[in-house]
Design a binder for this molecule. Structure first.
Ligand code: NAI
Ligand code: MG
Length: 361
């Protein structure tokens, strides 16, 4: 049977950008004999409107069965005052948690045509292609004890950085696997100089390295890593780090390349019966209520997320390369959605105009 995809367009510009991905998926079925079984469902505010919950149990069950989930974005001002338990982002969090997506991949890739668009000097980012692997389900965002407690005559706020060896090992493996498929270079970032969890992290990553002798492994303190990412990002290929440092370092790396509208992500879990990881792919951006309904949204982040699905869930690395090359071509031809415009007076293309051009390329 065909590989299966569950599409969850979500809210705001989510459905607008996902519509372009759907066209590309159809194209693969018609032109490349690469057909997918696609089903579509609701998440976030859209699911709340229909069912009173941001993710229906049936949708959750379906997400556990498919080969990959593609998600647009969730949220919007309409839902800002909802009770925390039914807020749109809870739908997303439930998917991540129940699918146990512990490895979050955030590429920072600079398309040549957009090198001028970075906030850094062109020669620092031109040709940049790195991948940050962030541990997503443990660490200081989840560790116990946590809370605000009374202590003497004042209060104390507590979070706990906590990693088990197996939690470190599985994300390390995922990063080594990725490094094997890329430039065979992995840099692990923690603060082993001041944190016990960092000491354990370094020890476990070093141990896992024995299974991947072809990969050149280095270790770096995360604060130095932040500096090196801005000073000379091209020294890296794959970076693996914990949840907190990864949150910050991946946002930093992302902005080396320009617009939010260009940034894809993948969140991977344990292997399923077919040997591929359980997976969800989504653009980094949110639902962009300020431009919703105006055909201005850049669909490239969502399309690049589908390219990651081709690569990591469907074993179609060559097709992923071609899709990325088509995007590069279109950008080199000067096509720009509004978020990619500098001050040179180019007329922006619409969301579907960008989709048209990428399909043509
Ligand atoms: P946002 O990412 O939606 O928008 C930030 C800015 O970037 C806006 O000016 C927007 O117009 C622009 N932008 C974002 N994506 C774009 C695209 N594809 N093309 C062109 N411009 C784009 O973040 P914001 O405004 O903080 O949040 C808006 C809503 O989205 C909130 O409800 C928030 O909770 C939700 N959100 C959802 C996320 C998700 O579903 N993963 C992630 C971040 C925010
Ligand atoms: Mg963040």
């Amino acid at each position: 049977s065909n590989p299966s995809i569950l599409i969850l367009p979500g809210d705001g510009i989510g459905p607008e950008v996902m519509a372009q991905v759907t066209r590309i998926i159809d194209w693969y079925g018609n032109k490349r004999d690469l057909a997918f079984d696609v089903s579509t469902d609701l998440v976030g505010g859209a699911a709340y409107d229909a069912h009173g919950v941001p993710l229906h149990d049936d949708t959750m069950a379906r997400a556990m069965q498919v080969d990959a989930v593609l998600l647009g974005a969730v949220g919007g001002p309409k839902y800002d005052d909802l009770d925390f338990s039914v807020k749109p982002e809870r739908g997303l969090l439930r998917l991540r948690k129940e699918m146990d997506l512990f490895s979050n991949l955030r590429p920072a890739q600079c398309f040549d045509a957009l090198a001028d668009f970075s906030s850094l000097k062109k020669d620092i980012v031109a040709g940049l292609d790195i991948m940050i692997v962030r541990e997503l389900t443990s660490g200081v965002y989840f560790g116990e004890p946590r809370g605000i407690f009374n202590e003497g005559n004042e209060r104390v706020g507590i979070n706990t950085q906590r990693y088990t060896e197996s939690e470190i090992e599985r994300v390390a493996r995922s990063a080594f696997e990725l490094a094997m498929a890329r430039g065979k270079k992995l840099c692990s970032m923690e603060k082993a100089n001041v944190m016990e969890s960092g000491v354990l992290w370094r020890e476990v990553v070093t141990r896992v390295h024995a299974d991947y002798p072809e990969v050149e492994l280095s270790h770096m303190y995360a604060d130095n890593g932040a500096m090196q990412l801005v000073r000379a990002p091209k020294q890296f290929d794959v970076i693996v780090t914990d949840n907190l440092f990864g949150d910050i370092l991946s946002d930093c790396a992302a902005m080396l390349t320009g617009s939010l509208g260009m940034l894809p992500s993948a969140s991977l879990g344990a292997p399923m019966d077919n040997g591929r990881p359980r997976a969800m792919y989504e653009p980094v951006h949110g639902s962009a209520p300020d431009i919703t309904g105006q055909s201005k949204a850049n669909p490239i982040a969502c399309i690049l997320s589908f390219a990651m699905a081709l690569r990591y869930s469907f074993d179609q690395g060559a097709e992923a390369d071609r899709l990325e090359a088509a995007i590069e071509t279109v950008l080199a031809d000067g096509l720009r959605t509004a978020d990619l415009l500098g001050e040179d007076g180019v007329t922006p293309v619409s969301t579907s105009g960008m989709g048209d051009a990428i399909l043509a390329a």
